[in-house]
Design a protein around this ligand. Structure first.
Ligand code: NDP
Ligand code: TDO
Ligand code: MG
Length: 297
């Protein structure tokens, strides 16, 4: 099996490569190998490599930056996924893509279903939603995993930001009125491997193409998540933070608005594929072990 992976220097791409290499030959594309802003480069890469599977974790993920960089965010998040999906469909390759809780406005009281209406509050969410539509319009065998609050032992993420701040500050002020499921890259990469194993041989006629929510089980506010990060960090490294103070979103103004409710039901994933991701707390412990004491220094 030949597997093309994009965004291999990102947090999820970096986790995927070694795990996917157990399934076949991985061809890893970074920005220099293929610029996702260039449709011709995408088509040429896919046609040259003739993959059986394409996995696309590359994205424009700077949520605040996207507010003033709409065109670039749209090219990478909204257009490129559709081109990959079209090329995959032509060669009957399997296409795996990732999307976000930020396609929703967070107004729903309970967990969001895949069938719920979308209404992104920010440019990043709007561009990711356009990407979902483009992938579905291309036809072919494709799975879109909508996940949330992704973190990893490497790259830019909330866990590493909090560890950095906890080493510097006595008190952290963190928003407490946005709730979601922090999801680790090891969990997402394992889910991806499992889906490819289950799907590789499925014919186009039987293939369950579509959107699947795939987040860690449970939910927490950003403040609750930060509190747990600081607690775990304190076990292995000196931490300055004595207090993690809950604040409302209104007290933490940002260029991009975020949804208050990011909870996604994972029932469909379980019904169709027979598994769910673990609880967020155990996965956070796994990643904190990977980080060790070094980052908190
Ligand atoms: N991070 C999160 O909290 C969440 C992420 N997601 C989705 O999950 C997926 C994985 O996210 P994550 O691993 O966190 O993302 P990262 O930002 O860590 O990595 C994205 C990668 O995409 C690459 N990239 C960006 N622009 C281009 C381009 N023009 N050409 C080629 N490569 C490019 C980046 O390259 P470079 O390193 O050179 O900049 C980077 O390596 C994405 O689809 C994201 O939207 C969903 C929910 C939450
Ligand atoms: C660092 C910091 C953040 N915050 C808040 C801001 C924000 O509401 C929340 C999380 O901050 P972040 O910068 O990680 O948020 P953000 O980059 O918006 O995270 C999102 O990224 C994209 C790519 C996604 O797809 C989403 O699922 C989500 O993970 O914490 C504080 O309140 N205090 C702080 O000191
Ligand atoms: Mg961010």
């Amino acid at each position: 099996m030949r597997i093309l992976v994009t965004g291999v220097n990102g947090q999820l791409g970096r986790e995927l490569c070694p795990m996917l290499s157990r399934l076949g030959k991985v061809v890893a594309l970074g920005r220099d190998g293929c610029d996702l802003g260039n449709a011709d480069e995408i088509r040429a890469s896919v046609q040259q490599l003739q993959p059986d599977v394409i996995v696309n974790p590359a994205a424009y993920t700077n949520v605040n930056g996207a507010e003033t960089d709409r065109e670039r965010a749209m090219a990478i998040n909204g257009v490129a996924p559709g081109i990959f999906a079209e090329e995959a469909a032509k060669m009957n390759a399997l296409f795996l893509h990732y999307s976000t809780d930020y396609v929703f406005d967070g107004e729903k009281a309970g967990e969001y279903l895949e069938s719920d209406a979308t209404n992104p509050l920010n440019v990043y969410g709007a561009t990711k939603l356009a990407g979902e539509h483009a992938v579905m319009a291309a036809g072919g065998r494709s799975l879109i995993l909508r996940t949330s609050w992704v973190y990893s032992a490497h790259g830019a993420n909330f866990v590493r930001s909090i560890l950095r701040l906890a080493a510097e500050r006595e008190e952290l002020s963190i928003v407490d009125d946005q709730v979601g499921a922090p999801t680790s890259t090891p969990d997402l990469a394992r889910a991806t491997v499992r889906l490819i194993e289950q799907c590789a041989g499925v014919s186009p006629a039987d293939f369950p193409s579509g959107i699947y929510h795939a987040t860690a089980a449970g939910h927490v506010s950003w403040c609750g998540f930060a509190t747990e990060i600081v607690k775990l960090a304190g076990k292995s490294a000196p931490v300055k933070t004595q207090q993690v103070k809950p604040i409302p979103s209104a007290s933490y103004p940002t260029p991009a608005q975020r949804p208050m409710n990011s909870r996604l039901s994972n029932q469909k994933l379980h019904d169709v594929f027979g598994f769910n991701l673990p609880q967020w707390q155990s996965s956070l412990e796994e990643v904190m072990h990977q980080i060790g004491a070094t980052v908190a220094r």
